[in-house]
Ligand binder design. Sequence first.
Ligand code: GSH
Length: 209
Amino acid sequence: MRLFDFNRAPNPRRVRIFLAEKQVEIPRVNVNLFRREQLSPAFLAINPGGTVPVLELDDGTYLSECLAICHYLEAMHPEPALFGTTPRQQALTLMWANIVDNEGMSAVAEVLRNLSPGFGDHALPGPLACAQIPALIERGRRRAEQFFDRVGQQLERGPWLAGEDYSYADISLLVTTDFAGWVDIDPIRTRPSLQRWYERVAARPAVQA
Ligand SMILES: N[C@@H](CCC(=O)N[C@@H](CS)C(=O)NCC(=O)O)C(=O)O
């Protein structure tokens, strides 16, 4: 098993934190996104989507998408449970994980990818050349603020995003919250519940991964 990774990128960080919580180590292959190695023919043969992380299984299967990778790792290493242990907790974890991806991570990425000169002809991940649209910067900021309001409200109801237990959804939210800092969004400053949650998660050694 090998993990195709890039240590500066937020999405692979979700898998690295997940592995650290499980205290599992696997070999890593560095794919340098700054040099666009993800768009090389060799890497596109592994993941036509041109993104990291990718988990290579021993039978040669390649898994992309953090959610699928972490779900697989959970099945292989059930302790500690990070996707819930009851049908209700499992469903809530997936629900919030999806909300974080669709509303949070994608909003912050929308800002960064339409703002940063490094993404000039590459405003969407993948092999398709794609120009930036400056109007999406402000739209992304508004989407991100709305997302952080939503998770802030959820965290007023309980300690962790998906309910009683720390889960994959919290890992995803932590990575998204830190990622927001890349575009000068500070979600915790004005949201006390998010700030309290952030302090709890940031104290976990695994988040250094
Ligand atoms: N939905 C994917 C997103 C993966 C993704 O977007 N990864 C970024 C790094 S954070 C990437 O590889 N970008 C490549 C690019 O921008 O070309 C997942 O969950 O793994």
